[in-house]
Ligand binder design. Structure first.
Ligand code: DX5
Ligand code: ZN
Length: 221
């Protein structure tokens, strides 16, 4: 499988959400940012909206939960139709239990770490996870500057999952665009989130194709 692209609808037009979801149908996943105004200082959308998005989206839903109490809420997003559910390690009381709940509901289990969270904190959980999201901005807002200093986390995750013989996906989110996508792919990223880069482009399909080409050019796996 090549590098996967997950457009973030955080940069879409929320008054024309279905139109903007269909505009990125050439991608691999639809990245949906759920923010609760507590875990991050921004508020987006919740369960009923994710459920409708899952019903109209031709792409599987990659739900990124920037919320408190994921122990309670993450499984509900799997039930709402998200094929992959990412909870934040910093907010989780029992991350192993959350991951087990997600898998038992048929979703891919994924855990995210903020820029200030050491990668060592997530390494002991890899056997329970299908994906780790390494944030390359502080979560909360689109259009921020990419943090290249996160690349050692990607390399450590790639080495640990290879050593364990696991097919762990590594995702990066924040500041990914034409200028930065090669950097994350070279560091071991499998699935790239891009919000403002894709939705800020006049031709979203062409932008997805450009990102894919740039990723494939440096993908030596
Ligand atoms: C930020 C969100 C991202 C956001 C990325 O907290 O998790 O998914 O949409 O936006 P860009 O790609 O513009 O940095
Ligand atoms: Zn996100």
């Amino acid at each position: 499988m090549g590098i996967q692209i997950a457009p973030s609808i955080l940069s879409a037009d929320f008054a024309n959400l279905e139109r903007d979801i269909l505009a990125v149908a050439d991608a691999d996943w639809l990245h949906v940012d759920v923010m609760d105004g507590h875990f991050v200082p921004n508020l987006t959308l919740g369960l009923p909206v994710v459920q409708r998005i899952a019903e109209v989206s031709p792409l599987p839903i990659d739900a990124h939960l920037m919320i408190e109490d994921p122990d309670r809420w993450a499984p509900r997003y799997a039930e709402a139709g998200a094929a992959s559910v990412t909870f934040h390690l910093e907010a989780a009381a029992d991350p192993r239990a959350i991951a087990a709940d997600l898998r038992s509901l048929g979703a891919r289990a994924s855990c995210a770490i903020k820029p200030g969270t050491p990668v060592e904190d997530v390494l002991p959980l890899l056997d329970t996870l299908d994906m780790v999201l390494v944030m390359t901005v502080e979560p909360g807002f689109g259009g921020q500057e990419f943090m290249e200093g996160m690349m050692p986390k990607l390399r450590a995750l790639r080495a640990a999952s290879d050593a364990a013989g696991r097919d762990l996906w590594i995702q990066t989110d924040g500041g990914i665009a034409r200028a930065t996508i090669a950097t994350v792919v070279e560091a071991g990223c499998d699935i790239v989130v891009a919000g403002s880069a894709i939705y800020g482009a006049a031709d979203r399909a062409a932008e997805i194709a450009s990102l894919r080409d740039l990723a494939q050019a440096v993908d030596h796996r």
